[in-house]
Design a protein around this ligand. Structure first.
Ligand code: AHR
Length: 503
């Protein structure tokens, strides 16, 4: 048994949590759209072709914003191909994923799907094969009320009211050698600036995110953000971050170190963005959009990334997640909450089938992967102000990060309801953790509303279509509340959510 303490104070606040932290990503890749969210002819599809089983699971997952349509796909996409009468839409070669894109699902179908689920859309503009002109035309098509050729075209397509898309990404991973029409930082910074100016002229209410580095390991990391922001600082609101966690050495303890690296990554990008602000003598603060993040390393061979013969909706990167992956996803959510003063939006990549928390079979069932659970619980209970956690925990040393506390925790307090939620990982692999929490100034008379854990004795346990609940949340009976103190026993290698309300 190891012991850890966690102390928070009602007055020590990191930030109000931006609910857009619980976003996801839908790309035209593999089976995320086709046979994922959209499958006309599926026994459970509605009249528009949306799979109702996937919609129900998406509701339960609780994303607040969804990024679309890519990803690498974005850099070769013509938005015009995906609007208007379906029978006239072109079939195209998708050079990002070597697939055939039928364009049977496009902007308007996506917006309708978002509205049906009450999720905000986050839209990307192609800065690979295209540029500022197409981007401003696209904003006009989507957001202008009417009376111009492009806004009237949307109305002709059956959408009288503007889509009012607020959040836009200026391209995708433009630093990556794999990107269609990759750019240097100078080229991209200039393109982002000019594109942003035109898009904002059409709709001054939009928010814009510039591409940061594709990964923390890129050779141009840091310098890329500095140069890009040097160009477009005045015109953008966000810089993006992407990361995919890998269990490179098949060591759970090392794998957990990625959570600390994510924290470092965020703090480094904040420093770079603020140093650009300093150089410009500006008090403006660029916020962070962590708009692609997840675990992804098992389904990463060339055979996972492309299939021969330009197929439609091939099975690409259908990573099967295990228990330790769910713990890392939980740790990433904790890290982003604890950096919520600067990380305002984030997207788990992706939603369905393609490195997704939801899996489907074409014509068949849908089920929850292990990583579904920490995300759904964080979105459900993550409301209010994030309090600064003071963690007193034994640590261990790893190659991925030199000093890793066994306890990884975030505390969110919702003043409106008096509810305080503790999210906690026990990263010790063999010992239970005795956790002692002090909730200072948050009310002495408290009820324990929920004590939930995600635990499995086997780190490699997975959920499948035949056994979809092998890894699933359960009640933790070893939790008690006494005045301002919460005491809990956390199982080794477990994710925990404790919800308590002041009476
Ligand atoms: O999410 C899969 C791919 O990973 C995205 O298309 C790309 O942006 C990233 O490299």
């Amino acid at each position: 048994m190891i012991a850890s303490r966690l102390i928070v104070d009602r007055d020590f606040v990191i930030s109000e949590l931006d609910r857009r932290l619980f976003g996801v990503f839908v790309e035209h890749m593999g089976r995320c759209v086709y046979t994922g969210i959209f499958e006309p002819g599926h026994p459970d599809a509605d009249e528009r072709g949306y799979r109702k089983d996937v919609m129900a699971l998406t509701r339960e997952l609780g994303p607040t914003i969804v990024r679309y349509p890519g990803g690498n796909f974005l850099s070769g996409y013509n938005w015009e191909d995906g609007v208007g009468p379906r029978e006239k839409r072109p079939r195209r070669l998708d050079l990002a994923w070597y697939s055939t894109e039928t364009n049977q699902f496009g902007t308007n179908e996506f917006i309708e799907w978002c509205r049906a689920l009450d999720i905000e859309p986050m839209y990307g503009v192609n800065l690979g094969t295209r540029g500022p002109d197409e981007a401003r035309r696209f904003v006009e098509y989507c957001n202008h009320p009417g009376g111009t050729a492009l806004s009237d075209l949307r109305r002709e397509h059956g959408y009288e009211k503007p889509h009012d898309i607020k959040f836009w990404c200026l391209g995708n991973e433009m630093d990556g050698p794999w990107q269609i029409c990759r750019k240097t930082a100078e080229e991209y910074g200039r393109a982002a600036l000019e594109t942003a100016k035109l898009m904002r002229s059409v709709d001054p209410t939009i928010q814009l995110a510039a591409c940061g580095s594709s990964t923390h390991e890129m050779p141009t990391y840091g310098a890329w953000e500095d140069r890009v922001l040097d160009h477009c600082f005045e015109q953008v609101d966000f810089i993006s971050l992407h990361t995919y966690f890998e269990n490179r050495r098949d060591s759970t303890a090392e794998f957990f170190g990625n959570i600390e690296v994510m924290d470092l990554f965020i703090k480094e990008i904040v420093s770079v963005a603020d140093s650009v602000a300093a150089r410009k003598h500006s008090s403006k603060r660029i916020m962070l959009s962590f708009d692609e993040w997840n675990v992804w390393y098992k389904a990463r061979t060339i055979n996972d990334l492309r299939k021969p013969g330009w197929p439609e909706a091939p099975r690409l990167i259908e990573e099967v997640y295990n228990h330790e992956d769910a713990l890392v996803v939980g740790g990433a959510l904790i890290t982003m909450m604890n950096n919520s003063d600067r990380v305002k939006t984030a997207c788990l990549a992706q939603l369905v089938n393609v490195i997704g928390p939801i899996m489907t079979e074409p014509g068949g069932r849908a089920w929850r992967q292990t990583i579904f659970h920490p995300f759904a619980q964080a979105s459900k209970f993550g409301h209010g102000r994030v309090l600064k956690p003071v963690v007193d925990s034994p640590t261990y040393e790893a190659e991925t990060f030199p000093e890793i506390p066994y306890l990884c925790a975030a505390v969110v307090d919702d003043r409106a309801t008096g509810t305080t939620t503790i999210f906690a990982l026990n990263r010790h692999l063999s010992d239970e953790m005795e956790l002692d929490v002090e909730l200072r100034g948050l009310g002495r008379e408290r009820t324990l509303d929920h004590a939930l854990e995600l635990y499995h004795a086997n780190m490699k346990a997975v959920n499948t279509v035949e056994a979809p609940t092998t890894v699933a949340p359960a009640v933790n009976n070893a939790v008690s509340v006494d005045g301002e103190r919460v005491r809990a026993k956390l199982k080794p290698g477990s994710w925990n959510v404790i919800v308590t309300t002041a009476r």
